[in-house]
Design a protein around this ligand. Structure first.
Ligand code: UD1
Ligand code: CA
Length: 429
């Protein structure tokens, strides 16, 4: 049987360089928190039983996000913040007697993937290591902890930039801040940490030296794709991470047979699924979790805001915004529309400028619109939810529909048209 894994995710630091009131790890990419990416990557290995998130700066806010979003994550407070070793130690009591592996990572590295973590865990197990640290080789290793090896090439220690000798500073293999520990063997390392170093902090990296001093096997696993270790410390980093993630997602869709006319101006969240032969036109922005069928046409200039499910052959055209909506096969929403909190059947035609009025600004409530198969709405209609438009029903152009329209009926609200003959001549006089 596979050994259980529990994770510790360090997220107590302040993130001063973000220059923000929002805690660093709650900044978002495609509407998902940085910390969420890390927890999802860990959970995506299908090995993690439980995750401990170490919080400090804006602890309440971070804890609320974590406990509202994840059933298998708990927060532990680190106050004051005395370094990464001290941070991880905050989960020490929880892990007492745990006979499995502990994965430690940072909450501000959203690009790490489940695939990489799985390979990392496999490498640890295959070599029967007591401790494995994930390293990466950087041309410019400045500011990172350096991986120091002995004459035989075995891992010896991690030395922080501020404590490194000139020779050590030249080492290009760095510590990414991801570790896997055989907890029963290595947990005692945390009782032996001290802060005798340039930063007077309890360094997590010192567990490496302790492990080796006990005659246990410590090794490093070199990351294949350096991008995955990218940590966010500033808004510039956040924008760069967004770009890397976006390109990664587009590449995957192209490989899967989705046509993306202009990858440079197309934005699709990693939690979106799209079937082959769907075409995404330029300047389309898709965020949140969505499921898109085959042979759909989306964009140009379309926005899907999450919880959108499209069948096959659906058309979503220019300047259309869709949110929390299910749309069945061959339905068109081609121009200038907002469709939110709705269910649309198949072969529905939504006229240009149709709006679902789903939100009551005073009570803050949202209401549902349901449109059945083969129905159509005329241009510039407003559907005031909750409202139901039956099968084959039509809505006349310019109507405000505030009551259900039954199947096969026409719903129309329209002030009578007046034609004043000779108007031009009268005005001229
Ligand atoms: C750390 C590593 C370094 C590695 C680098 C990778 C140590 C001593 N050094 O350095 O070898 O190359 O990460 O990015 O571990 N945190 C807490 N509480 C604290 C201090 C930090 O929760 O008291 C959290 C931070 O929020 C952050 C993570 O730990 O998520 C890393 O902290 P940071 O200060 O960025 O570590 P570095 O000095 O960059
Ligand atoms: Ca630091």
């Amino acid at each position: 049987m596979e050994r259980p894994i529990k994770s510790i995710i360090l997220a107590a630091g302040k993130g001063t360089r973000m220059k923000s009131e929002t805690p660093k790890v709650l900044h978002k990419i495609f509407n998902k928190e940085l910390l969420g990416y890390v927890i999802d990557a860990v959970n995506g290995t299908n090995l993690a039983q439980e995750n401990y998130v170490i919080v400090g700066h804006c602890a309440e806010q971070v804890e609320k996000y974590v406990t509202d979003t994840y059933k298998n994550a708990k927060c532990r407070l680190q106050s004051p913040q005395l370094g990464t070793g001290h941070a991880a130690f905050q989960a020490y009591e929880d892990l007492k007697g745990f006979d499995g592996e502990v994965l430690i990572l940072c909450g501000d590295t959203p690009l790490i993937t489940s695939e990489t973590l799985t390979k990392f865990i496999d490498a640890h197990r295959k070599n029967n290591a007591a401790l494995t640290v994930m390293s990466a080789v950087f041309n410019d290793p400045t500011n990172y902890g350096r991986i120091v090896r002995d004459e035989k090439g075995d891992l010896k220690a991690i030395v922080e930039e501020k404590d490194a000798s000139d020779a050590q500073k030249k080492i290009k293999e760095i510590n990414t801040g991801v570790y896997l520990l055989d907890w029963a063997k290595v947990h005692e390392a945390f009782l032996n940490l001290d802060s005798n170093n340039a930063q007077n902090e309890y360094y997590l990296t010192d567990i490496v030296k302790w492990t080796i001093s006990q005659g246990l096997k410590a090794q490093s696993y070199i990351l294949e794709n350096n991008e995955e270790s990218y940590g966010i410390n500033s808004k510039k980093h956040l924008a760069q991470a967004f770009k890397i993630l976006k390109e990664r997602v587009i590449d995957k869709f192209l490989d899967d047979g989705v046509t993306i006319v202009d990858p440079d101006t197309t934005y699709i969240s990693p939690e979106t699924e799209i079937e082959a032969d769907t075409i995404i036109y330029p300047c389309t922005y898709i965020e949140g979790k969505n499921k898109i069928g085959k042979d759909c046409k989306i964009g140009p200039f379309a926005r899907l805001r999450g919880d959108v499910e499209l069948g096959n052959g659906v058309k979503i055209g220019n300047f259309v915004e869709i949110k929390k909506t299910k749309i069945k096969d061959h339905t068109n929403v081609c121009h200038l529309s907002y469709v939110g909190d709705s269910t649309l059947g198949s072969n529905v035609n939504i006229g240009a400028g149709t709006i679902t009025a789903n939100y009551n600004h005073i009570t803050k409530e949202k209401f549902k619109t349901v449109i059945d198969d083969n129905a159509s709405t005329g241009s510039n209609s407003v559907l005031v939810a909750p409202v139901h438009v039956g099968e084959n029903a039509s809505i006349g152009a310019g109507s405000v529909i505030s009551k259900d329209v039954e199947a096969n009926a026409l719903g129309l609200t329209r002030a009578p048209l007046k034609i004043l003959k000779g108007w031009f001549d009268r005005v001229k006089k």
